[in-house]
Design a protein around this ligand. Structure first.
Ligand code: ZN
Length: 396
């Protein structure tokens, strides 16, 4: 059995929408109260926050008007976020959720929601129709009700489902990320080209953003309706592009995972490539989505997924493991080894080096360590390999 999320569109009416927004206002207040406590030196835990909640509800009728389940869950989420900020390196403390900057999101546990017929009913007597685009695999154990930047509402259910056994596979594959080809692999049949429709989408998005810029009024003035419309159109295109990314990446990742037992992945950090151009950002987003799906599906299927640090992978020869003296410029597409004369497409060489790093590590697993921190969302069974430089040199 595996735990999965199933997300559906909600169509709350005017009454339900305003009730949801009021509920969010109360949850947001409690979250910010917890942030404030932490800032003045307390180290709030879920226990101390629950006590605070009981007292606050006794004092304030307007808090009592809201659902205790949603409020408790907000504080539980806060406490978990705070705990992680102490244990996970690089994770900041939870911050204040402002009215303008944050989007509504409430979680309801088992006793806080029911599904009655075609509708979802959450604590506080809020009912709304659900667009049941597919069947839930089992009765859900919790639901998160949230609104996105376009103003659409969704319900994301947590449910269990029978894990489909992944097909037998023994092969290993190396994956290198890039702008022109999203994923170059050691086996050309599994390459993921950078898809053209995304480029068209990026151009449309750029046009929408120019329109926004033209209609923007000077600071301090209220936005015009034309500006709001342009902003909404841009946000819609953005959403569309990210949905297409997710869809394509899912199908590609499934194909890779179905055919390979060992998956060596370049541990790409989008910040390296993110420049100002829209095209670059779109390419980065495609890589981000593909990497996320590959790790998630790979670990879920019980494959060995190893993340290889990107340093030196493009400079190391995948044939003799010699390292080039200088970094190769981004415009040089062919890798040529000075030591053994091996030549290959730059990305293919990198993919082969990534795979070689992992295969060598399999012999001596000393420098493969489990990563539970930065892979929290990935099911945390992926491992991170050592730097190819530290180990390739002198071992061959
Ligand atoms: Zn070489």
């Amino acid at each position: 059995m595996e735990v999965v999320r199933y997300t559906y569109r909600l169509r709350p009416g005017a009454t339900a929408t305003s009730a949801l927004l009021a509920e969010w206002g109360r949850c947001r207040f409690l979250w910010n109260e917890a942030v404030h406590q932490q800032k003045v030196g307390a180290k709030p835990t879920f226990v101390s926050l629950s006590k605070m909640l009981t007292e606050a509800r006794a004092r304030n009728a307007w808090l009592r008007a809201g659902s205790q389940v949603a409020q408790q869950q907000t504080l539980r989420t806060y406490a978990a976020a705070l705990r992680h900020s102490f244990t996970v390196p690089g994770r900041g403390r939870p911050t204040v959720k402002t009215r303008k900057r944050s989007l509504p999101s409430m979680e309801y546990t088992l006793r806080g929601f029911t599904i009655a017929g075609r509708r979802l009913r959450v604590a506080g007597g809020i009912t709304m129709p659900v667009v049941w685009s597919r069947d839930l695999p089992s009765p859900p154990t919790s639901v998160r009700v949230y609104q996105d930047s376009l103003g659409h509402w969704y319900a994301s259910f947590v449910a269990r489902r029978e894990a489909a056994a992944a097909p037998e596979a023994s092969e290993a594959i190396g994956v290198d990320w890039g702008v022109k080809t999203t994923a170059t692999t050691t086996d050309a049949r599994f390459d993921l080209p950078y898809l053209g429709h995304r480029k068209r989408c990026a151009a449309e998005l750029a046009r929408a953003q120019r329109k926004m810029a033209r209609r923007r009024r000077p600071k301090g003035h209220t936005h015009s309706n034309g500006y709001r419309r342009a902003k909404h159109a841009a946000a819609k295109l953005h959403k569309k592009a990210s949905r297409q990314n997710t869809h394509d990446s899912r199908q590609w990742a499934k194909r890779v995972v179905d055919h390979h037992q060992v998956i060596a992945v370049e541990d790409f950090k989008p910040t390296f490539l993110t420049r100002s151009t829209m095209a670059r950002k779109a390419a980065d987003a495609a890589i981000g989505a593909a990497k996320r799906e590959l790790i998630q599906q790979g670990t879920r299927a019980g494959r060995k997924v190893v993340l290889v640090p990107p340093a030196y992978t493009t400079m190391t020869c995948s044939s003799c493991a010699a390292r080039a003296k200088q970094r190769i410029g981004l415009n040089v597409r062919i890798f040529e080894c000075a030591a053994c004369g091996f030549t290959a497409c730059r990305d293919l060489n990198a993919a082969r080096t990534i795979l070689a790093t992992v295969e060598r590590d399999r012999a001596g697993t000393d420098d493969v360590r489990h990563v539970t921190t930065s892979l929290r969302n990935a099911g945390s069974n992926a491992v991170r390999a050592g730097n190819p430089l530290d180990s390739t040199v002198g071992k061959r």
